[in-house]
Design a protein around this ligand. Sequence first.
Ligand code: UGA
Length: 447
Amino acid sequence: MNISVIGTGYVGLVSGVCLSEKGHNVTCVDIDKEKVKKINSGIPPIYEKRLKELLNNNIKNGFSATTDLHSAILHSDLSIIAVGTPYRGDKIDLSSIKKAASAIGVSLKEKEEYHVVVVKSTVVPGTTDDVVQPILEETSGKKAGKDFGVGMNPEFLREGEAIDDFMNPDRIVLGGIDPKTHSILKEVYKVFEGVDILTTNNKTAEMIKYTANSLLATLISFSNEIGNLCATLGGIDAVEVMEGVHKDKRFSPILANGNRITPGFLSYLAAGCGFGGSCFPKDVKALIAHGKDAGNPMALLDSVIEINKKQPQEVIALLRKHLSSLRGKTIGVLGLAFKPGTDDMRESPAIPIVNYLLTEGAKIKAYDPEAQHEAKKLFGNHQIVYQNNLSQSIQGTDAILLLTSWDEFKQVPDLIHTQNEQPLIIDGRRMLSKNLFHKYEGIGLSL
Ligand code: UGA
């Protein structure tokens, strides 16, 4: 099928390249000329594992990017809107969605053939039907359901695994205003054989996306609340508590051969220094605001955000337990990205922690295998010494804060033992064994 994708951010570009890889004729559209130029020369404007390789393969097969939205609409059968929907002030900002819908509508005016417009951006329930569709009708002068279809197809891509998640989906959710829209969307996705496809209305499709992210965020804040109580009560380790909970056969079913299945969601049921990234905080806040507007405040999700906001302070409290003043103390910060496998620092718990250390006059030695360039943009580099490797970031420190669970950090015990003076280690992710250190503190633990 001929497909145009509006927006070449992480969702748009990954979707465009992957749909092209699956055999569709894809054109990506962006207003940013530089981005378009980069994409056409085979350089992805964002880092995502395997994206560069896939982009270059597909450029050879006809994939391209353009700033000419009008021509892209005229030459495609279906358009996917994948522009940003940031959370600004106190609600989701739909201005890019509105602009994209309006530009598509203007082009549809000149189009004879039936066209389907699909929203892929994460938007609060009701947006596709109540905002996008009316704009399309108004700007095109045409009628949804008769002249064009309107659908909603949320993405479930994890940063760092986006290509794999797109190429091997666990489910495909297809919202649509009518059976014709659904059947065209099914045609797009029939190349993904054997995957569960859920066909529904647009509002439900939008809600599925928010519910999925809100649930995962809730698991994290729940674990953190339990972890904090374990630490307060003393003599309880939250890691052991969660291990005991994970072994419930409803959470990790036992197979006939006695082995267990360990579902991925269990990794979200673990105490740490909080969630971050471009999705969980923004999506949960947007849903809360939407619920409030609708006269349905959400106390549980309010608490999910509140707990998460406070969680970095737990790391700071553990540090303060040992160092009454941080002035002039050398603190190693291991991990800046919001999670391993990415250079993304958006809403990373490392941000409030580093800011606190700076205010208190600590000397910071920071190390992250990917995110240092992002950190330099955020904090500048005059008060932070960025290290080239893990070993350097540990040397000569009074304390080490582990904030991102990079696999490489498993070497910390070995590296620390080569030093004469062993620093205090504060494990914000509970990824190291507490028994390997003289001075160890961790989230969900009181020693
Ligand atoms: C998240 C969802 O997992 C995706 O399904 C969704 O499509 C995406 O948001 C989105 O809305 O676009 P992402 O933000 O890339 O994806 O990150 P995750 O890997 O889920 O991590 C989010 C937070 O959960 C991080 O702070 C991370 O530390 C934490 N996390 C992650 C865990 O606690 N356990 C894990 O196993 C993975």
